[in-house]
Design a protein around this ligand. Structure first.
Ligand code: BTN
Length: 315
C-alpha cells in the first residue's frame, strides 16, 4: 500500500484526525514525507489541513460538500455529486437525472432514504449515518452484467483499507465475518442497440443504526471498528475505486476485476442453495463466468448457471 493510502487509512481509523508526530511513529516515516502525502491527498480533493502539528480531514463526515471534493478527484469519470438530505430512493433521483441525459459520473447521495430498496423488491434500511449513493453510468451492453460484481469489488477495497477482511457474496453483497455491511443494486434502461444508462446503487452501513431484526445478519463499520468512521473521505475513496473498476470494465478488461472478485469470494467452493422466484437448486459453487453468471455443479454433475437469485451458503 502506498503512503497516501496508508495515511488515509490512519486518518479514517482515527476519526479523521491525528497528530503528525504520532502518525510518523506509527507509520515509520518522517513527518516531511507525511506532509508530502497529505498534500497529494489534498490535491486529489480530500479536505486535509495541518494545524499546529495536527493533521485533520475537515469536514470529515459532511457529505454535503462531497461534490466540491469529488470534482477534484483525478478520476476518468468526472463525478458530479448531487447531495440530498432526504429522498425516497437515490435510484429514483438518479433515474430522473439519467432520463434528462446527464453525463455518466453523476452521483446522487442521500443522508436518509425513506424508501431505500434492495434487490428482489426488498427494502433497504437507510437511517442517517450510512452512505446511500447511486452512480449513473452509460456502459456498453457487454459490460452491464458485471457491473454489480465490479462495484462490490470497489467496496471491498475501501473496507480493506480500514483493515477489514471483506468478502463478496454472489451476486452483490459485501460481508465482514459473515455479516452484510453493504449491498449493491444495479438497475438499467435499454435503448435501441444498447444500454441507455445503468444506475449503480450502493448502500454502505457506516455509522447508522440497524433495526434489531437485522442484528445477526448485518453490521456497520462503526460496530466492526468500535468507533464512527468519517464518511466524507470514505465516500471519496469509494468513488476512486469505482472509477478504477469501471475503467477496466469499460475497456473490456473485466477479467481482471472478476479475478479480484473470485479471490474475495465467500461463495465459490461452498455448497450453496440458490433460490430464484421459480425454483431452488443445491450444488457446489464452482465459478463466476465472464458474464457474471454464477455456475453451480448440481448433484447430477450438470453445471447450472444463474444470473440472479439468492444464495444461501450451506457448508
Ligand atoms: C441489496 O443488497 O439488496 C441492494 C441494496 C442497495 C441499496 C442501495 S442504497 C442506495 C441505492 N438506493 C436504493 O434505494 N438502493 C440502493
Amino acid at each position: 500500500m502506498g503512503l497516501e493510502d496508508r495515511l488515509l487509512a490512519a486518518l479514517l481509523l482515527g476519526g479523521g484526525r491525528a497528530p503528525l508526530k504520532r502518525l510518523s511513529g506509527e507509520l515509520g516515516v518522517p513527518e516531511s514525507d507525511l506532509l508530502g502525502a497529505a498534500m497529494s491527498l489534498a490535491a486529489r480533493g480530500y479536505p486535509l489541513r495541518v494545524e499546529r502539528g495536527l493533521l485533520e480531514l475537515r469536514p470529515a463526515d459532511d457529505l454535503s460538500v462531497a461534490g466540491a471534493c469529488a470534482a477534484r478527484l483525478g478520476t476518468s469519470l468526472r463525478f458530479s455529486v448531487v447531495y440530498l438530505e432526504r429522498c425516497g430512493s437515490t435510484q429514483d433521483a438518479a433515474r430522473e437525472l439519467a432520463e434528462r441525459g446527464v453525463a455518466e459520473g453523476a452521483v446522487v447521495v442521500a443522508e436518509v432514504q425513506e424508501a431505500g430498496r434492495g434487490r428482489l423488491g426488498r427494502s433497504w434500511h437507510s437511517a442517517a449515518g450510512g452512505v446511500y449513493a447511486t452512480v449513473v453510468l452509460r456502459p456498453p451492453l457487454r459490460a452491464l452484467r458485471v457491473l454489480s460484481l465490479a462495484a462490490s469489488v470497489a467496496v471491498t477495497r475501501v473496507l480493506e483499507l480500514l483493515g477489514l477482511d471483506a468478502k463478496v457474496k454472489w451476486p452483490n453483497d459485501v460481508q465482514v465475518s459473515g455479516r452484510k455491511v453493504c449491498g449493491v443494486l444495479v438497475e438499467a434502461a435499454a435503448e435501441p442497440g444498447g444500454v441507455a444508462y445503468a444506475l449503480v446503487g450502493i448502500g454502505l452501513n457506516v455509522n447508522n443504526e440497524l433495526p434489531p431484526e437485522l442484528a445477526g445478519a448485518a453490521t456497520t463499520l462503526r460496530e466492526l471498528l468500535g468507533r464512527p468512521v468519517p464518511r466524507l473521505p470514505l465516500f471519496l475513496k469509494l468513488l476512486e475505486e469505482l472509477d478504477d473498476v469501471y475503467a477496466r470494465v469499460r475497456e473490456g478488461r473485466w477479467g481482471e476485476v472478476l479475478r479480484e472478485w473470485r479471490s474475495k469470494s465467500s461463495t465459490l467452493g461452498r455448497i450453496v442453495r440458490v433460490e430464484t422466484p421459480e425454483s431452488a437448486f443445491t450444488g457446489l459453487a464452482v465459478d463466476v463466468r465472464e458474464d457474471g453468471a454464477l455456475l453451480i455443479r448440481l448433484e447430477n454433475g450438470k453445471i447450472k448457471e444463474f444470473y440472479s437469485g439468492d444464495v444461501i451458503h450451506l457448508r
